[in-house]
Write a protein that binds this ligand. Structure first.
Ligand SMILES: Cc1cc2nc3c(=O)[nH]c(=O)nc-3n(C[C@H](O)[C@H](O)[C@H](O)COP(=O)(O)OP(=O)(O)OC[C@H]3O[C@@H](n4cnc5c(N)ncnc54)[C@H](O)[C@@H]3O)c2cc1C
Length: 734
């Protein structure tokens, strides 16, 4: 009887939109009170002054207006500005801050990513100093970015980061610097003075910044290579903020094309310098600094687009339910209660948008946490190398040895911890993939999905009044896909990092992990995802040595047609995987947490269905891309002579009699032998096209089978979307 009663329990369903408790568990900050407070602070700014400014038309100007500038004190008062700083610099978060900054970006972008950019660009401007600056530079510039305490009169540093230059100089190609640095004056026993000439293009915060970190190249035999230099408003020379950029996006941030020609002491070289044989040698080139900066800040950008997608869910549901009530509809009737939600397509598309938002948030926050984890390990690596007095090539060699140690450790799976350098290379190999993956997929695919969200709002989507500002968010997403390196840059990086044997070895373990999850929780779609991961890895490994029909190498940096799509496929897999892992975390840790226990089962069931449809979509993308690459570079042996017939079975060839008079299938096979010396593929042995790809073909066929149930999951998710409770009105203005 008991069993029967349990069997007839209704399946748990989603009752409300996910609460903060749910998010804290999924994105792993349930135990971090300071981050929870930060989220509340940032949310108050986003849904208060930022939302009001957008609703009042604050985005309708290119200039840096007083209204836009009024947001800066809000950032300062809410803790947003200080979150970047160390406690001894006026900050309040000890230790790594990647997750903290990611959460701020997420909250602000929920309403307007221009506001988020305004806040984050200040951090970006300081980041070169934070990452590679000397202790004196950190004390002077980073610490002075702290909001003023009552009674303080110092000038608060507001920073900008100037890399990009007017065409035809630096853009995606960061080495093509026009900005120059020369020795202006070098008196015996005194610090040299430098002349810095830099023209910037699209420089964020430039309408108000008073400190700029600028990338320049030496134009003087007495100064070596390139570097980043700190410029201050008030330095002797030209400090021209330039004209505001006529942006179509992120209008709440300030963007200008500045011009600088300033004299500064050599102590402004970020990270300091040495004098070798009468030459100033910067400790870090501009490339080294940019690399250290962007690998962290790009994660935050990825979360901006994730927030947009998730923020679209509620406005779309509210709009759909109220549409088409007409004059006759009465409460309780399907038309009155559901409106457009009576139509399956509207629900299915919203499920796709929501699943994409979840997967991208999961991937982005996982990347942010990974960088938090990496930071102390990286410091330890630096300490070990310094202790052994290893730099340059010697340090590189030591890290290569650590790579071998890490690989051996992964394969042996012993309980013993790997050494500090091996730990570093292990985590670093993941960071090298997760950062570009979340920047690329979250923003690029995210922008496509924002268009879907806009389309679900009909004509309203294309107005400034659209609830949730979805039209602006669609356009804004494209900037997130562009700045800090557009998609091509992320794909380029992935094409290198995804073939790191350490990453591939860990990826292989993730395949087994997905298969294990598939046996415990088949509803997540982990089976399809695991098979897709296997197919991707097989394809990647296959093309390391495979050549195209003309014998040219397939995996090569010039063949972006091969490497880039595989990078895209990997992103689909990584995001779907992380979403599954986060839902499992919600289910397991949520059960121990009293807050979300109410309604937890329904949320987990709904998210499990979203995982399934996302895994299926990721598997589909991977299957398509892998198949195009595995087969697409072979040339069919028969095409040159008579077009493609080998795909037909022999019986079908026989039926070609009508199409190609005078030749039946058997005759064709014979004529193939006669003409070319080789049997027609359809008649003899395995298909020539597929030779060497039998395993691929088997995996691909298996993958299709693994999609079992994914559309049922989508139907269930759609049903939940038609029933979930929303608020009466959004909690920010329109
Ligand atoms: C609103 C805004 C704010 C910005 N803020 C800042 C800032 O604060 N500081 C700063 O320094 N910069 C800033 N930028 C600049 C931004 O980072 C650059 O626009 C971006 O990195 C791309 O450079 P680009 O526009 O010159 O594109 P380009 O270099 O001209 O590239 C254009 C396109 O060509 C293709 N492409 C280029 N190279 C390759 C390749 N190797 N392989 C394949 N395809 C390729 C890609 O499709 C690429 O998107 C900002 C830009 C905007 C729009």
């Amino acid at each position: 009887m008991k069993v029967l009663a349990e069997e007839h329990q209704p399946a748990p369903t989603l009752t409300t939109l996910p609460s903060d408790d749910v998010r804290q568990i999924m994105w792993r900050f349930a135990g971090r009170y300071e981050l929870q407070m930060l989220v509340q602070g940032a949310r108050g700014v986003a849904r208060g002054p930022v939302a009001r400014l957008v609703a009042d038309g604050g985005r309708n100007s290119h200039e840096w207006t007083a209204a836009k500038a009024s947001l800066l004190p809000h950032f300062d008062e809410s803790g947003i500005t200080a979150a970047f700083l160390e406690p001894d610099q006026g900050g309040f978060i000890a230790g790594p801050k990647n997750l903290a900054l990611a959460l701020i970006a997420f909250e602000l972008s929920w309403v307007d990513a221009g506001a988020a950019t305004s806040s984050l660009a200040g951090n970006l401007g300081l980041a070169p100093i934070h990452e590679r600056g000397t202790p004196e530079q950190r004390a002077k510039y980073v610490a002075n970015a702290a909001p003023l305490k009552p009674g303080e009169t110092r000038k608060q540093v507001r920073a900008a980061f100037a890399l990009t230059e007017p065409i035809p100089f630096v853009g995606v190609e960061t080495g093509m610097l026009a900005g120059k640095v020369r020795v202006a004056e070098w008196k015996e026993g005194r610090e040299p003075l430098l002349q810095v000439e830099k023209r910037g293009r699209f420089i964020t915060n430039m309408g108000f910044a008073n400190v700029v970190t600028a990338a320049v190249e030496s134009d003087d035999a007495r100064l070596k290579g390139s570097c980043m230099v700190i410029l201050e408003e008030g330095d002797p020379g030209l400090w021209d903020r330039g004209t505001p950029t006529k942006k179509l996006v992120h209008q709440l941030s300030s963007t200008n094309d500045p011009v600088f020609n300033l004299t500064v002491p050599a102590g402004r070289i970020v990270g300091g310098y040495k004098i070798e044989n009468g030459v100033i040698v910067p400790n870090y080139s501009h490339g080294e600094i940019i690399e250290a900066v962007f690998r962290r800040t790009r994660v935050t950008v990825g979360l901006m687009t994730a927030a947009k997608l998730l923020s679209a869910v509620e406005p779309v549901i509210m709009y759909h339910r109220r549409r088409f009530r007409g004059g006759q509809g009465a409460p309780g009737t399907p038309r009155y209660e559901l409106g457009i939600q009576q139509k399956q397509d509207a629900l299915h598309r919203l499920a796709d948008i929501w699943a994409t938002g979840e997967a991208s948030a999961s991937l982005g926050f996982a990347a942010a946490r990974l960088f938090d984890q990496l930071e102390p390990v990286e410091k330890e690596k630096d300490r070990v190398l310094a202790e052994k007095k290893l730099t340059g090539r010697a340090a590189f060699k030591e890290l290569s040895n650590a790579q071998a140690e890490a690989l051996a450790w992964l394969n042996a799976k012993t309980g013993a911890e790997p050494g500090p350098l091996a730990q570093f290379v292990l985590l670093d190999s993941l960071a090298g993939v997760l950062c570009p993956a979340c920047k690329l997929w979250n923003t690029g695919h995210g922008a496509n999905m924002m268009r879907e969200a806009v389309s679900l709002m009909g004509g309203y989507g294309l107005t400034e009044d659209c609830p949730g500002f979805l039209g602006q968010k669609w356009m804004d997403a494209q900037l997130e896909a562009t700045y800090e390196g557009p998609e091509a840059v992320q794909r380029l990086q992935l094409s290198i990092t995804m073939t790191n044997p350490l990453f591939m070895a860990q990826f292989e373990q993730w395949i087994s992990e997905m298969k294990r999850i598939a046996s415990d929780r088949p509803g997540t779609g982990a089976c399809a995802l695991g098979t897709a991961m296997k197919l991707w890895l097989w394809t990647l490994q296959h093309i390391q040595t495979a050549t195209d029909a003309d014998g040219a190498k397939l995996y090569h940096k010039t063949r972006q047609g091969v490497t880039f799509p595989l990078a895209d496929a990997l992103c689909w897999l990584l995001s779907a995987r992380q979403f599954i892992l986060d839902v499992i975390e919600l289910e397991t840790s949520g059960a121990e947490n009293p807050s979300p226990a109410d309604g937890l089962a329904g949320t987990v069931a709904f998210f499990t269905d979203l995982c399934h449809l996302q895994a299926a979509r990721a598997a589909g993308e991977t299957g398509r891309i892998s198949a195009e690459i595995a087969h697409g570079y072979n040339r069919h042996p028969a095409w040159d002579r008579e077009g493609c017939h080998s795909c037909y079975e022999a019986e079908e060839l026989t039926s070609l009699e009508g199409v190609m008079p005078g030749m039946d299938g058997a005759a064709r096979a014979h004529s193939d032998v006669a003409e070319t010396g080789e049997a027609h593929p359809a008649k003899a042995g395995p298909c020539v096209k597929c030779e060497g790809l039998e395993e691929f073909a088997a995996l691909r066929a298996k993958l299709d089978g693994c999609l079992t149930g994914c559309r049922l999951a989508k139907d269930r998710a759609a049903d939940s979307l038609s029933k979930v409770m929303t608020r009466e009105a959004l909690d920010y203005p329109v």
